[in-house]
Design a protein around this ligand. Structure first.
Ligand SMILES: CC(C)(COP(=O)(O)OP(=O)(O)OC[C@H]1O[C@@H](n2cnc3c(N)ncnc32)[C@H](O)[C@@H]1OP(=O)(O)O)[C@@H](O)C(=O)NCCC(=O)NCCS
Length: 214
């Protein structure tokens, strides 16, 4: 979720200029992302459909594939901002630490194709922050699988897990230039901070999100 580098938008600019520049980034990058229609066509050509994908709990055995997927999806999202993410080796170590923590509040779900390959993942846990009880720490899909309702299903699974742990609200920290910010709004989140350089969004009540996942 966190872009490693600072925001490229000049902090000396006024708030309305920064808001405009970030919105321009979202629009420009949004146009470069696949549409729902093009992805449905792409999947159909390969004999796949959104219904053929399954969402399940990640296990320790998934770590190598998860680390590779994490690097690929992180780079696809943040490379346009000039950010360089950690290597597969570093990601693998980080995931091993995550799993070793055995935190019952934490959940990690993966999206799996019929041939077994992983195409997306989500990680969430209890939040340290004062305003929201839960944090959606990571959520990524490969480009070919975006805009097909899979992200909504994944967030729904996360929400169900958190609710089961007594966690009723959730936030995420993102980059304000990321076109995915529009997905959070479409899914009922509110911007946590009016600052134009903040990419944080939150849900005060995640029960509606939980209903998005069958
Ligand atoms: C963000 C992401 C997980 C969303 O998952 P998704 O499967 O593509 O989203 P869905 O198809 O479930 O769409 C959910 C809603 O958000 C909207 N939405 C999703 N992506 C959008 C975009 N780029 N622009 C505008 N709206 C978008 C959809 O139209 C839909 O709205 P609706 O419920 O009113 O129809 C996925 O697009 C992704 O992996 N993006 C790249 C990685 C990334 O940016 N991760 C977040 C880091 S903070």
């Amino acid at each position: 979720m966190r872009a490693g580098s600072g925001f490229a938008v000049d902090p000396e600019m006024g708030a309305s200029t920064r808001r405009f520049v970030n919105a321009a980034w979202r629009t420009w990058l949004g146009l470069r992302r696949p549409t729902r229609r093009s992805n449905i066509r792409r999947l159909r050509r390969r004999g796949e459909s959104p219904d053929s994908l399954t969402i399940r709990d990640a296990t320790v055995d998934d770590i190598p594939a998860l680390a590779r997927l994490h690097v690929e999806t992180w780079n696809a999202t943040y490379a346009p901002f000039g950010a360089e993410g950690p290597s597969v080796g570093v990601r693998e170590r980080q995931w091993r630490q995550r799993f070793a923590a055995e935190d019952p509040d934490q959940c990690c779900f993966v999206v799996q194709r019929a041939d077994g390959a992983l195409v997306g993942f989500a990680l969430a846990h209890r939040s340290d922050g004062p305003e929201y009880d839960g944090e959606l720490a990571k959520l990524h899909l490969l480009r070919d699988y975006q805009r097909l309702g899979i992200g909504s299903r994944l967030i729904g699974r996360v929400a169900r897990h958190l609710l089961g742990r007594g966690i009723r609200s959730m936030w995420l920290h993102g980059d304000p230039r990321n076109p995915s910010c529009r997905a959070w709004i479409a899914l009922g989140a509110e911007k946590c901070d009016p600052d134009p350089d903040s990419g944080s969004y939150g849900w005060r009540d995640i029960s509606a999100l939980a209903r998005r996942s069958p």
